[in-house]
Design a protein around this ligand. Structure first.
Ligand SMILES: [Zn+2]
Ligand SMILES: [Zn+2]
Length: 243
């Protein structure tokens, strides 16, 4: 057992992030990389682990405060695992919030504002995808959840956290804060200087009119204008600085 544990400990020591937790009576040693969010667990006796550490003081540097700090991280990662993994594109390590800025349905608009307000109060960096500005975001949301889902919808590190009611409930229970524990905080250059946080800027090719001159035709009349291939339905392109 000692040799096996020694191997495990050396292996863990080489990983970029180490997380281990001790439960009673069956103790677990768990490693976790922030990079791929995959975990593997090895059942291991705490006594065996302690003996192994005693015999390898020169190679294993487990400090008490580090131990508890990492245990907390493990608890928060486990919390996140309670939510279904339905990762939006680019959302594996980030917060993605699907919203709409249309005010047609007042509750929907207010729900979007509520989640936005909560995230901003925690000062975490999040990426808002407004389906009313960019239709591809709406299709993306429908594809991820397999239905015609209405915003807002919150995803944290690829996990589907839910709608406004669910997010508000998690906040009241103090869980939302834990789910956000290792998300980067807003820095001084946020919101983005390029788009003021809107994530979109006016298309430089067509200046927002969605039409460009068809160069193949060699004409400059309106009759030969074609749909601009670079922008969305509103003549906008994703901000080159932050998106
Ligand atoms: Zn930007
Ligand atoms: Zn354009």
């Amino acid at each position: 057992m000692k040799n096996i544990n020694g191997g495990i400990l050396r292996k863990i020591k080489s990983l970029p992030t180490l997380v281990f937790q001790v439960n009673h009576p069956t103790k677990q040693l768990t490693t976790n990389t922030q990079h791929d969010n995959k975990m593997f667990c090895q059942n291991i006796s705490f006594d065996d682990l302690a003996n192994d550490v005693d015999h390898q003081e020169t190679t294993c540097e487990y400090e008490t405060h580090h131990f508890f700090q990492e245990s907390n991280t493990m608890e928060e990662n486990k919390l996140l695992c309670n939510f279904e993994y339905k990762c939006p594109p680019g959302g594996k390590d980030a917060i993605i919030l699907y919203t709409t800025s249309l005010r047609g349905i007042r509750k929907t608009f207010e729900d979007c504002n509520m989640i936005r307000f909560l995230l901003e109060s925690f000062r975490v960096v999040y990426y808002e995808r407004d389906v009313s500005i960019h239709i591809e975001y709406r299709e993306e949301l429908w594809r991820i959840l397999g239905g015609r889902i209405v915003p807002p919808r919150l995803f944290i590190k690829g996990r589907d956290i839910g709608r406004a009611n669910e997010v508000a409930g998690l906040h009241e229970q103090g869980i939302l804060k834990k789910l956000l524990h290792d998300i980067p905080l807003i820095s001084s250059n946020f919101p983005c200087n390029g788009c003021c946080g809107i994530r979109f800027v006016l298309c430089l090719s067509c200046h927002g009119c969605c039409k460009i001159i068809d160069q193949d035709q060699g004409k400059v009349t309106n009759g030969y204008r074609i749909r601009c291939p670079k922008c969305n339905e509103n003549g906008l392109i994703k901000c080159p600085v932050c998106s």
